[in-house]
Design a protein around this ligand. Structure first.
Ligand code: KE4
Length: 427
């Protein structure tokens, strides 16, 4: 398929922006080819600069849960913008969205808004370290918490390991405090805690992983982490940047009934504008400046336009049965993909929970990073480009999840399933 205008724009972009993008995953490196440039979007559809329309399953990597250019969100931002775009002063709308978020999510009394999921997770870990007085953190291979140094760590060899940086610029000094565990492997976590008794401030996890494909926790895994944290005075940090306000009103804590100590948000909470947040019970949040000694700040934190977008989004999600509709649509899509890939004799796995779903071209169940990495990427590349050419836009990497929006109709889902049926014949 010829993406003429996107190709020309990409060539220009690469002259002044590293890799031509402002976030690496947009560059199509994992699937090859030229990244398509978005011109506009409405509801369940994106239109690229070559005026080609796609049924889309990225939705800005999660935020567009109600569909693109959702009128109540747009109207709220436009109205707010007329009164100024930023003040660097407290505003009433920050309290309004804070009160609403706190009312929707279990176990949080207070919330601090920041400008990205990275900032939310980075600040949450600093807060956990400040609250506990301990330095180390456990994260899980394959979980992504943004690009802060402490998270860009790849395991060294051995089960119990000090991380080693997987990005230049991250120092060994930073890496030594990040311990890497295997997702869905409670024994491995127990081992790491035993090796570092008394030194671990927090365990940070995507309670439903979305950065190695979609990987739900196995039965008892999150509950086991909760028990371990209680026994060893470790804070459990749920990175719900993807899952917050997506899998349920109260996120994974509500959906799966496991309590976190600190919860991180992003994506949906900003309605598509740059917003992240972290939240916890009062005794933890009171350690934050200006109340307490743990410093955290941001010029544009609580920005009025971003708050207006987020508030309009949360208000709609707080009413009605959007989460059930999203669950039903995703189950319908799952069933349809199952049918056509099976009929085509393809070897595949599908992981799904709520409105998050991913397709993996491998034999065994995908339950952690190692099993996710066994997916056949050549097949995935053909799958991705085959769908793109047929007007269906899924995440340009096998290590991502698809995000459904409520703007998707069952006709859109049927068209998607038909496109997959067609592509399956070429795999
Ligand atoms: P941001 O700093 O990109 O807003 O959020 C970082 C982050 C934190 N936690 C989780 C669970 C996340 O998924 C993310 C960001 N997600 C990626 C998609 N896998 C954003 C896309 C991108 O990097 O451009």
């Amino acid at each position: 398929m010829e993406y003429k205008r996107s190709s020309a724009l990409f060539a220009e972009a690469q002259k002044v922006i590293p890799g031509g993008v402002n976030s690496p995953v947009r560059a199509f490196k994992a699937v090859g080819g030229t990244p398509i440039f978005a011109k506009e979007a409405k509801g369940a559809y994106i239109i690229d600069e070559d005026d080609k329309q796609y049924i889309e399953y990225i939705n800005s990597w999660g935020p567009m849960i109600l569909g693109h250019a959702h009128k109540p969100v747009i109207d709220a931002v436009v109205e707010k913008a007329k009164k100024g775009t930023s003040f660097g002063m407290p505003t009433a709308i920050e309290t309004e969205i804070a009160e609403l978020a706190v009312s929707m999510v279990p176990n949080i009394d207070m919330i601090r808004f920041v400008n990205s999921g990275t900032e939310a997770c980075m600040s949450a870990v600093r807060l956990a370290r400040g609250f506990t007085g301990k330095d180390k953190m456990i994260k899980f291979a394959g979980c992504y918490h943004g690009h802060s140094d402490a998270f860009l760590i790849q395991a060294g060899s051995g089960a119990v390991t000090f991380g080693s940086p997987n990005s230049p610029g991250v120092t060994q000094g930073t890496a030594k405090d990040t311990l890497l565990a295997r997702f869905n492997d409670l024994e491995n976590v127990k081992e790491i805690i035993a090796q570092n008794e008394g030194e671990i401030a927090c365990i940070i996890i995507e309670p439903v992983a979305g950065n190695m494909g979609c990987i739900p926790p196995v039965e008892g895994f999150l509950e086991g982490l909760r028990t371990l944290c209680d026994a060893h005075n470790i804070l459990l940090v749920f990175d719900e940047v993807m899952t917050g306000f997506r899998l349920a009103k109260g996120g994974v804590q509500e959906l799966l009934g496991v309590d976190a100590d600190i919860v991180c948000f992003g994506k949906v909470i900003g309605g598509g504008l740059p917003v992240g947040a972290f939240a916890a019970r009062k005794e933890i949040m009171e350690h934050l400046a200006p109340l307490g000694p743990v410093y955290q700040a941001g010029t544009l934190s609580g920005n009025p336009l971003a708050m207006a977008a987020g508030l309009a989004m949360l208000q709609e999600l707080n009413e009605g049965d959007v989460f059930q509709r999203l669950h039903d649509k995703t189950a319908y899509l799952h069933k349809g993909i199952d049918k056509v890939l099976t009929e085509a004799g393809i070897t595949y796995q599908i992981n799904r929970i709520g409105s998050m779903i991913s397709v993996h071209f491998c034999e065994e169940a995908v339950v952690d990073f190692a099993s996710s990495a066994k997916g056949n990427n050549d097949t995935f590349k053909k799958f991705f480009h085959g769908l793109l050419d047929r007007g269906v836009y899924i995440a340009p990497s096998a290590f991502e999840t698809w995000f459904l929006s409520d703007a998707l109709s069952y006709e859109d889902l049927d068209k998607t399933i038909t496109a997959i049926e067609d592509v399956a014949k070429t795999l």
